[in-house]
Design a protein around this ligand. Structure first.
Ligand SMILES: Nc1nc2c(ncn2[C@@H]2O[C@H](COP(=O)(O)OP(=O)(O)O)[C@@H](O)[C@H]2O)c(=O)[nH]1
Ligand SMILES: [Mg+2]
Length: 245
């Protein structure tokens, strides 16, 4: 009996996720974060969708402006009629971390839009659990019919979550005036980023940061995320990279 009931639960959760039910999507992602066997069973039942989602990784130091940029990108993709999934991965934040709450508040313009799904993922004291939970979350969102998935992660390259493993297009976000930090990031940037964004283009030192990075990386975009400057250029650079995949 118990087994039958479980089978029924698995089937109905699978059906709801495939139908794009946001609550079911959220529930399944939580189950996968906790490595619950039933969640894994549902994941197995979600066969590959016929069209693959565009998965964009946004990576960079805290405060560089990733969430603000994602907010704008989500608006643009919604205007294009696409369903947008956002996963904010923060390995350092505890479950109740302020950063995660901050991201939620910043993205609240989209909170009433059923075409946008926002999910924060944090470590739950499980080693290596976050990377696979993130990959699983991308698979779930894809199966639920999200067309564009934006994954925000901290750090570049040697991060706990290897953003390059889940995203087709990796955007590294830097802020000017980091000096040594940008120097130290260059090798890592070259390895993982397809596009580098110099955000906070309104700050002193933006010119020289852009000039410097252009010697290393072909696609460098300058943005002022708080004003929306440079967003069309970033959208086009992402589209260009996707066309060449
Ligand atoms: N001056 C300036 N501030 C910005 C810009 N973009 C973002 N910020 C601010 O920088 C802070 C961190 O931005 P956030 O998007 O949370 O960065 P994240 O940690 O990389 O996600 C926030 O207070 C933003 O309002 C920008 O282009 N110029
Ligand atoms: Mg953020």
């Amino acid at each position: 009996m118990t087994r039958l009931r479980h089978e029924g639960d698995t089937a109905s959760l699978t059906r709801l996720v495939k139908a794009g039910d946001a609550r079911a999507v959220s529930r399944l992602i939580t189950m996968l974060e906790n490595r619950e066997p039933e969640g894994l069973a549902v994941l197995q039942r979600l066969e590959s969708p016929t069209t693959r989602a565009t998965v964009i990784g946004m990576t960079g130091y805290p405060g560089a402006g990733k969430s603000t940029l994602i907010d704008h990108l989500a608006t643009v993709y919604r205007q294009q009629g696409k369903k947008v999934g956002i996963i904010a991965v923060d390995p350092s934040s505890p479950n109740t971390g302020g950063a995660i709450l901050g991201d939620r508040i910043r993205m609240q313009d989209h909170s009433c839009d059923t075409g946008v799904f926002i999910r924060s993922m944090a470590t739950r004291g499980q080693h290596g659990g976050l990377a696979s939970a993130t990959r699983d979350a991308v698979r779930v969102l894809e199966a639920a019919g999200y067309d564009v998935i934006l994954a925000e992660t901290v750090g570049v390259g040697q991060d706990e979550v290897d953003v390059a493993a889940v995203a087709q297009t990796v955007v590294a976000v830097v802020a000017p005036g980091l000096g040594d930090e940008v120097q130290a990031m260059k090798a890592g940037l070259l390895e993982v980023a397809h596009i580098v964004v110099v955000n906070k283009g309104d700050r002193e030192g933006a010119d020289s940061t852009v000039r410097d990075l252009k010697e290393w990386i072909p696609t460098v975009i300058r943005t002022v995320a708080v004003k929306g400057d440079g967003i069309p250029e970033l959208v086009e650079a992402i589209a260009a990279h996707q066309r060449n995949l």
